[in-house]
Ligand binder design. Sequence first.
Ligand code: NAD
Ligand code: 0WE
Length: 256
Amino acid sequence: MSLLAGKLGIVFGVANKRSIAWAIAQAWHREGAKLAFTYQGERLKENVEELAGTFGADTLLMECDVTKDADIARVFDEVGKKFGKLHLLLHSVAFAPKDALEGEFVNTSREAFRVAHDVSAYSLVALARGAAPLMTGGGSIVAMTYYGSEKVVPHYNVMGVAKASLEASARYLAYDLGPKKIRVNCISAGPVNTLAARGIAGFTEMLKRYEAHAPLKRNVLPEELGATGVFLAGDGAAAITGQVIYVDCGYQIMGM
Ligand code: NAD
Ligand code: 0WE
């Protein structure tokens, strides 16, 4: 079943094999999509090279710091030259300064607030604007989000506020790009043990809490995020745009 045969896509946010972006990229690839990858900086180049290389030695790979307009322009320029068009874009990028995720939200500095929103929310707008001219046959843009956008999750702090902005941005982008048949949706994942999650104090307890309280009594698997990524990218979701889909074993429906 090649649900994405002939589709051309670009993936932002692979850091290593545990990255949610890698799980979704693998699922998109398995369904027949041809993918380009970006990495944040020199530090991650080797990792991403090795992973992307498993899809063929000619896989397009580019550096892109999403806070740099010049990087974004160069990436879509290259994609235009190599692919000519684009159907899929995955945004799986987030960052807030570490200290902003440790103390109280009330102490968030102006600079930490700015950085979190620049990297984690504005980047979706910039990437969508770069991709849209190449999505001439319509497209699907998917962004990763988390429940801390709608309810208070202690210590998620400014990231929760940035995710609220990301989700709202997805709705406004869905409105603007809808006439071009470009859909924009978010996947709200339950906790997954990735680089971005490690080092978060109490993350193991959070996994246990989801296991105990989610209706499905377990945590989400990376390949399940991949499957939802395939759904949102494909014709099964042709009439779905501007949505936040919870892939969290049902945790979000609980009131207690
Ligand atoms: P990860 O560390 O593997 O991925 C985060 C990515 O963001 C990395 O590849 C990093 O290079 C990239 N990044 C950060 N700053 C960047 C910048 N300035 N320019 C370009 N790239 C930059 O961790 P992950 O858990 O796979 O996170 C991916 C997405 O999933 C994030 O949006 C995160 O908020 C979201 N998410 C994660 C979880 C979880 O529990 N792990 C749950 C829900 C949502
Ligand atoms: O979106 C995230 C984490 C994103 C993230 C992670 C880091 C760690 C390293 C953003 N910025 C940074 N900055 C760093 O310096 N998640 C959904 C995972 C996550 O992070 C939490 C969580 C969950 C869940 C932080 C506190 C509480 C819960």
